[in-house]
Design a protein around this ligand. Structure first.
Ligand SMILES: CC(C)(COP(=O)(O)OP(=O)(O)OC[C@H]1O[C@@H](n2cnc3c(N)ncnc32)[C@H](O)[C@@H]1OP(=O)(O)O)[C@@H](O)C(=O)NCCC(=O)NCCS
Length: 506
């Protein structure tokens, strides 16, 4: 190994042979572990070995200093750090610079906003978004009523497990139950005037989650029964699974076997667990870490306040000022407002992502000792659109794969048709969660989701690496505020029309 310093191509090639890479961090060299060989038979160089190699390198360096010709030379063959061929990749300082620039530019915006509008943050207004009348909270009642559907699914599974219901009849009951779960809240939100858009969206969100969970519950119990029947058929004169009673269903080492899982406690654990995919034995964490729980709770409280404050102070004034250009169809001003809205909207979306997928889900998981904490993966590195959808919302992605996409593929549907069907269903639910609470049917969320298919094709065909990643970010930053503006505009126009016709909302 040669001198320690910036990694050049030549030196990288040499160091790879012994499995060590030298990198320049803050002007000092650090030694990074790397793998020797490929595939499964990877051997890792331990930190002790690496330290040994580094000291050998420095000894070599000292030895060479004693050679007269080396004492005179101060140049060697090497690339500039910013050349891609230098292999240099430590841009931590540049990342910090980006953060500082972002904070400074937003501080300016923040001051400008304060000077222009004063303080608009009003916590009381937030309560009014959820409830109009504290003695009449239909959204809360809707959530409480949802327990009926949980119990219907539970009762049906119990009957199926003892053979009181045939598979066909069970499927019919489940189908009716699931259809009602989707239709009942729509009817209530549309018919009861006191349901606010935010209250309605929360209630519909709860019902959608319940729909996905109970669908999974039905599927998994059916798969268990099928496995039991197959086992019973293969073993002559064996005890078939359905004859095991619910109380006997606890197997070795507290592992539950079918039908031992069919208890109310088990189903309610699943209903509250941060997953959409049912399993008989969820991985469990050994204990509740109180400090972890407290940290997540503080994050949830802080970020929720921040979300509300930023919406009131930053988003609402921009949206209000966008109405005029939208009404006049002034294209250049519309684009200007869209870009102005893009920054706060994106920031809010990122805060929402962290609050929901990290703080809230980890909080619930810790409380229930639910072990699988993979709620998201590194979607921010997405270089393709499918990668983003596979990694940003893991509970939904897992459900789509397990209960919709793979069953379709098994029935011989092509991959392309399967993916289109998943995106169609997802588009339906996005529209369902927006149009119904706003009480107006508009296609923006549906189209936004369906546009992912041509976008995925375009990015895959024409953009690679960092360009692909930039395209995914741009689609997120621009696509969402576009849909937000369209909905707000339509909602505003509708309200305006109703008010001028004297039918103002009560
Ligand atoms: C549509 C979607 C499910 C496709 O996922 P994908 O990972 O790109 O799908 P792939 O074709 O790569 O296949 C995935 C799995 O199917 C399996 N598979 C592929 N062909 C198969 C076949 N013929 N039979 C059975 N399984 C098959 C693969 O082995 C793979 O299994 P693994 O996950 O266990 O490794 C995904 O893009 C998605 O979840 N989209 C919607 C997301 C969404 O709407 N989210 C909303 C968030 S708000």
């Amino acid at each position: 190994m040669e001198e320690i310093g910036p990694v050049t191509r030549k030196r990288r090639a040499t160091s790879h042979e012994i499995g060590v890479t030298l990198k320049l961090v803050n002007g000092r060299s650090t030694v990074v572990e790397s793998a020797i060989g490929h595939g499964d038979s990877r051997t890792f160089v331990t930190k002790q070995n690496v330290t040994g190699l580094a000291s050998t390198a420095s000894k070599e360096k000292k030895k060479r200093r004693n050679v007269p010709s080396d004492q005179l030379s101060c140049h060697r063959l090497q690339e500039s750090l910013l050349s891609s061929s230098s292999g240099y990749s430590n841009y931590r300082g540049v990342l910090n610079w980006c953060v500082v620039m972002l904070v400074l530019s937003n501080a300016r915006l923040f001051l400008e906003n304060l000077l222009k509008y004063g303080i608009l943050v009003d916590p009381i207004q937030v309560v009014a978004l959820f409830v109009k009348d504290p003695y009449n909270m239909p959204a809360v009642c809707l959530v409480i009523v949802s327990n009926v559907f949980v119990l219907v699914a539970f009762y049906t599974e119990r009957r199926l497990s003892v053979g009181c219901f045939s598979e066909h009849f069970g499927l019919l009951v489940h189908s009716i139950n699931l259809s009602v779960i989707l239709c009942f809240p729509v009817a209530v939100v549309l018919m009861v005037k006191s349901v606010t858009p935010v209250g309605g969206a929360v209630a519909l969100g709860v019902y959608t989650i319940l729909f996905l969970k109970l669908y999974s519950y039905k599927d998994v119990n059916k798969w268990c029964r099928e496995m039991c029947y197959a086992k019973a058929r293969s073993l002559s004169r064996s005890i078939s699974c359905p004859s095991v009673s619910w109380s006997e269903g606890r197997g070795v080492g507290s592992q539950v076997t079918y039908p031992g899982n069919l208890t109310c406690r088990d189903l309610y654990y699943f209903v509250f667990a941060p997953t959409l995919c049912y399993e008989l034995n969820f991985p469990r964490s050994p204990k509740i870490r109180k400090s972890f729980l407290l940290r997540r709770l503080c994050e949830m409280l802080f970020f929720t306040q921040l979300l509300v404050g930023l919406t009131q102070q930053w988003m609402v004034p921009i949206i209000q000022s966008s109405m005029k250009p939208l009404e006049d169809m002034d294209l250049s001003r519309m684009v200007e407002h869209l870009l102005r809205l893009a920054v706060p909207n994106h920031l809010l979306w990122l805060i929402f992502f962290y609050t929901f997928f990290h703080s809230a889900m980890n909080f619930v998981a810790e409380l229930l000792q639910f072990g699988d904490r993979e709620f998201y993966r590194d979607w921010w590195n997405s270089e393709t659109v499918p990668y983003f959808w596979q990694n940003w919302n893991i509970p939904v992605h897992k459900w789509c794969l397990r209960h919709f996409y793979k069953p379709m593929l098994k029935r011989g549907v092509s991959k392309w048709a399967g993916q289109s069907a998943v995106f169609l269903a997802s588009a339906f639910f996005h529209e369902y969660l927006v149009s119904v609470p706003l009480k107006m049917l508009r296609p923006w969320a549906f189209l936004g989701m369906m546009a992912q298919l041509p976008l995925a094709w375009f990015v895959a065909c024409f953009l690679r690496g960092n360009y692909g990643n930039a395209a995914v970010w741009i689609s997120l930053i621009i696509g969402q505020p576009f849909a937000v503006l369209m909905y707000v505009h339509d909602y505003y126009v509708l309200q305006h029309r109703e008010e001028s016709a004297g039918v103002g909302p009560d």
